[in-house]
Design a protein. Sequence first.
Length: 494
Amino acid sequence: MQDVERRTGVSEEASGEVARRLALALLALQAQQQRNGDLLAELAAIKRSRSWRLTASLRALRAWLRPAPPGPPPLEPAIPGKGRVLADPTRLLMQRAGVEVPTSRRATDAGPGPRLLVDVTELALVDHGAGIQRVVRRLLVELLLAPSSGMRTEPVRLAATGGYVHARAFLARMLGMDADDAGDDTPVLAGPGDRLLALDLIRDRVPEASAAWRELRSRGVRISVVVYDLLPLSNPQWFPDGVPARFESWLDLVLEVADQALCISRTVAGEVRDRSLARGGPRHPEIRSFGLGADLEGWLLPVRRLPLLATDQPRFVVVGTIEPRKGHAQALAAFEGLWARGSQAQLLIAGRYGWGLGDLANRLRSHPECGKRLLWIDAADDADLAAAYRESTALLAPSRGEGFGLPLVEAAAHGLPVLARDLPVFHEVGGAGVDYFSGESPAELQAAIEDWLRRWETGGIAVPEVVAARTWRDSARALLLTIDAVGQSAPGMP
């Protein structure tokens, strides 16, 4: 961008930030357009169906009680290519955003060069907009905007026909491009200098991943795998049948084949290290950690108000998918105890329904306090989350197990106080900027909330500003540093 600086007097750093913000705006608009398309399709279905309103409650109940699908959606095959040279995805993003491509990026189009191959297999199939997929999308965007020095970032996916292919159809959807302009989902021809970043969680694709990873290693490709948590092994009762066994097979593959296990917290890194040592054998991957980001890019989001209740009462927001480990049932019961004693405190739940708690979902929808002191925002998007953080008094984090605790950092980034369960990983992430509670019973949580409210009124709660908040750009930079460190022994490993 030196040419830009000479012509305009704008520094390279400032020009880069402008380009970044324009690219993020493009992606946000494209995501909103996709959501609008989904809403229009649903409205069209309503118009076509006379019984839509009459059966709404029955359809919702059936969705809550529907068992988890027997397996993951099938992989898509590779798409026959046309022999075209694939353009740099970062260059495509910049061009779509209408900004000048930095000189450093033009060089990557001159030849194949080394690549950071980012696995987006599950995200390319179905984007639920929450959990791990939200992390994958945000980190992919930052890796595209600020790729590793001398490398180009290339999203890839596992194919039904075997191995990895370029995820160009996915890239086209993300950028709002014609598929023909983005390239083809052709097989990845990798070699020495290329690196695979298994960013997506592909625990349900072990046979395909095993063959693909071993083939890449035979070609001199370094493999780094992101590990989000080990909860399916430590607490299998929280997950649908079959998930713990598939997860164990996936983790064994990581420990056997990967060069690096990149964990999203030091807590998870310690658990993976223990698992690796207990497994034995002559080979261990490097085990390192990096933190996740928290910015919701508020300047990109539509200003949304919550359809909520009185605004002069304390409001606690619980963020996360409704599933057994998240503690929603304990939270609801604790607030029912508060309400029985005349408290006007409000409970806001932001997160889609997951599995295993159909009865709880039904209670939330039909609760006598629904729309009064209780609100559930199902399938909350980033704008909903930003509004929830902005319009709440505190974040309540009752989850019984996490790999990181992203809502703690998001809340702190919004200046929102946090009351969280006394988990080691929450202490790692929140430190002294979070208030903690312990106990599994509704009565214990109710007492903790009452105590927090008393201290809140007198200014005696933890100050969220001391939480070490980082942006997604910071997270991507930390991730790249860990990848660049491959080959250097990690502390505590043989």
